[in-house]
Ligand binder design. Structure first.
Ligand SMILES: NC(=O)C1=CN([C@@H]2O[C@H](COP(=O)(O)OP(=O)(O)OC[C@H]3O[C@@H](n4cnc5c(N)ncnc54)[C@H](O)[C@@H]3O)[C@@H](O)[C@H]2O)C=CC1
Ligand SMILES: O=C([O-])CC(=O)C(=O)O
Length: 313
């Protein structure tokens, strides 16, 4: 199988590197607009193949979309990351144009590809790719929930003093400070999390998760890439291997959770056709209110994109 990663910056290069080291793809194309960057990083990754023992051919190209032809999956990471003091939404004016033009170019050469969007503001950039690609929404979705859930699990593991491997958790909503970690759907080695962590500490962990991206931006001056890169790679693996994994993804809702015509994070079954199924949970009133508030925020930013009249809705 062939995967293209657009954007050879921090997230894109990490995603390509992780995918290559897993050795299940025939070819990875890394594409960037900056002359030489994708070629250099792809060559560096390829030179690690004899040490890591993988056979996936990794090639970099500068804006030459003909080389991406017939990709099975395309990961879109091109666009500006935020700096301290910015919100993800502040990136919309620059990144919408980038995501639109990248999607057009990709669709020209890989009309059957599945698109995994990573660029921020995530939910609205996924909407932008969907409007541009004009394909079934099951083939256009975004990466956020895998990352946000991983942060939530990592913080819980630290608090409990247990392995992060034993934590199962779920998180819904948009990829912003309104995201909704769900303690009622969180367990540790089969034990409900509320039996191991006090209500106060759990609330503090939920709030840290909601601001998890910003915590790293404040430390680094730019946004995270190791966990985001591996999160996107996990989604690509689930698709290419038709694993039918249940992962939280930013998906187009058509009435689920009482919401429609919106991209929002929900649990889905991810397989060879992309989103095979959206899973709808029986949320309680409080959980539903939080998801609705998150959806309201995403819709506001979707309206900003619509008003830019860049892509027709
Ligand atoms: N969904 C999520 O959970 C996450 C999303 N992000 C977002 O991912 C995006 C990338 O982040 P980083 O890799 O850290 O940024 P980066 O600045 O390291 O890399 C972005 C790359 O995109 C390239 N690029 C810009 N315009 C392009 C175009 N038209 N065609 C091809 N390439 C183009 C740039 O040359 C650069 O190499 C940002 O928008 C960031 O906010 C980052 C982390 C997590
Ligand atoms: O915080 C950011 O700007 C990047 C991102 O989406 C994340 O790391 O969650």
């Amino acid at each position: 199988m062939k995967v293209t990663v657009v954007g050879a910056g921090n997230v894109g290069a990490t995603c390509a590197n992780v995918l290559a080291s897993k050795d299940f793809l025939q070819e990875i194309i890394l594409l960037d607009i900056k002359e030489g960057v994708a070629e250099g990083k792809a060559l560096d990754i390829w030179e690690s193949a004899p040490i890591l023992h993988f056979g996936t051919r990794v090639r970099g190209v500068t804006n030459d979309y003909s080389q991406t032809a017939n990709s099975d999956v395309v990961v879109i990471t091109s666009g500006l990351p935020r700096k301290p003091g910015m919100s993800r939404d502040d990136l919309i004016s620059t990144n919408a144009g980038i995501v639109k033009s990248v999607t057009e170019n990709i669709m020209k050469y890989s009309p059957d590809a599945i698109l995994v969007v990573v660029s921020n503001p995530l939910d609205v950039m996924t909407y932008c790719a969907y409007l541009t690609a004009k394909v079934d929404s099951r083939r256009v979705f975004g990466m956020a929930g895998v990352l946000d859930t991983a942060r939530y699990k990592a913080f819980l593991a630290e608090e409990i003093g247990c392995s992060p491997k034993d934590i199962e958790a779920l998180l819904l909503g948009g990829h912003g400070d309104t995201m909704v970690p769900l303690p009622r759907y969180t367990s540790v080695g089969g034990i409900p999390v509320t039996e191991l962590v006090s209500a106060d500490r759990l609330q503090a962990i939920i709030e840290r998760t909601q601001k998890g991206g910003g915590e790293i931006v404040n430390l680094l001056g730019t946004s995270a890439w190791y966990a985001p890169g591996v999160a996107a790679a996990q989604m690509v693996e689930a698709i290419c291997k038709d694993e039918r994994r249940i992962l939280p993804c930013c998906a187009w809702l058509t009435g689920q959770y009482g919401l429609k015509n919106i991209y929002l994070g929900v649990p889905v079954v991810l397989g060879r056709n992309g989103i095979e199924k959206i899973i709808e949970l029986q949320l309680n009133e409080q959980e539903m209110q939080l998801v609705k508030a998150s959806a309201d925020h995403v819709r506001e930013v979707m309206n900003v994109l619509d008003n830019m009249q860049l892509v027709k809705s």
